[in-house]
Ligand binder design. Structure first.
Ligand code: DAH
Length: 344
């Protein structure tokens, strides 16, 4: 029994020495085989050796073998774990996978488009103004020459907060607010949100954006209006774009016009085009010479001054510029849509 015990403790010593020399997976495996191999491992041999022990000594011998076995197994396991923790990063991660790109916020596509519009007018010497989205009946309608029960109001129905307070239906009331405070010459644009009683569909929304323009000075003519809008549209779209002015009606301008551009989607070639409905033209703004009555309402002498004004739907125009089939996409907050407009 003494011999057996000595043998076991000799094995423990040897094993610890050998373990200290293990440098890689391969030598670890060799050491494992040396002790634990079922055929010729030291433990196997020790079990054989037990036969030389007296029967009453055998349980003790078995315990000793087990404690050696546990030692060997535990040490080998923990060394193995150390090795795999040290494994080169390359084998653990797939470095060929594309990285996750950091997403940076960006202005909304409508804001980007509005800035493009603003830049063109700023370059022509216009300045930018704004006004309240909650308006009084006076600024939204009356001062703009819509009498109280005039049928023209029907086209600008909106949400009323009180009988007198409403969500503005256009940016035109800001013309009045500016002219009340400032005398000509005036050369301004007014970008902003407006509201209408609309059921949303691909080309209508109950909230959308407009840019209003107003020029007031001595001797302003329809030619100035036409030249300014032509320059604007050619810069915004392309030099050769076809533009047409159609007679129209707005209470606050006289004469009034609606301005169409050629269909940027089919260029007038497709009778089935869903954007221009086959007409080849798309309407993008309203314009005209400021009605003398509007000047009187703000105490500007219509005998001395004249002016032109226009109003453009930003969302509508952006839709044509980017060839987007449905205006609602702009406001659904789907990042897959919005990210396409991120400026690099
Ligand atoms: N306010 C008009 C609208 O919302 C657009 C408009 C037409 C504005 C003619 C103008 C203008 O300043 O002169 O439909």
């Amino acid at each position: 029994m003494k011999d057996f015990k000595a043998k076991i403790s000799e094995h423990k010593k040897q094993f610890k020495r050998a373990l200290a020399r293990v440098k890689d997976e391969k030598s670890l495996q060799e050491l494992r085989n040396l002790y634990l191999s079922r055929k010729r491992g030291h433990l196997r041999v020790l079990i054989e050796d037990m036969k030389a022990l007296k029967p009453q000594e055998r349980p003790m011998g078995g315990k000793m073998i087990n404690s050696l076995k546990t030692l060997v197994q535990e040490k080998l396991e923990s060394l193995k774990a150390e090795f795999s923790a040290d494994e080169p990063v390359l084998s653990k991660f797939d470095l060929t996978l594309p990285g996750r790109r950091e997403y940076r916020g960006s202005p909304h596509p409508i804001v980007l488009f509005r800035q493009e519009v603003e830049d063109i007018f700023l370059a022509m010497g216009f300045s930018i103004e704004d006004g309240p989205e909650i308006e009084t009946d006076y600024y939204n309608f009356e001062a703009l020459n819509f009498p109280p029960h005039h049928p023209a109001r029907d086209d600008w129905d909106t949400l009323y907060i009180t009988d007198d307070l409403l969500l503005r239906t256009h940016t035109s009331p800001v013309q009045i607010r500016v002219m009340e405070k400032r005398k000509p010459p005036i050369r301004i644009i007014i970008p902003g949100k407006v509201y209408r009683r609309e059921t949303p569909d691909p080309t209508h929304l109950p909230m959308f954006c407009q840019v209003e323009g107003l020029v007031v000075d001595q001797d302003i003519t329809f030619a100035h209006l036409k030249g300014t809008l032509e320059h604007f549209l050619k810069t915004l779209f392309y030099e050769k774009i076809k533009i047409r002015f159609r007679p129209s009606f707005f209470p606050f301008t006289e004469p009034s016009a609606e301005v169409d551009i050629e269909c940027t989607v089919c260029e007038g070639e497709n009778k089935e085009c869903r954007v221009c409905k086959g007409s080849g033209w798309i309407e993008i703004l309203g314009a005209g010479m400021v009605n003398p009555q509007v000047f009187k309402n703000v105490n500007i002498d219509p005998e001395k001054y004249s002016g032109f004004a226009f109003g453009l739907g930003i969302d509508r125009t952006a839709m044509f510029a980017y060839q987007i089939p449905d205006m609602r996409f702009f406001y659904e907050n789907d990042l897959r849509f919005i990210r396409q407009f991120i400026q690099k």
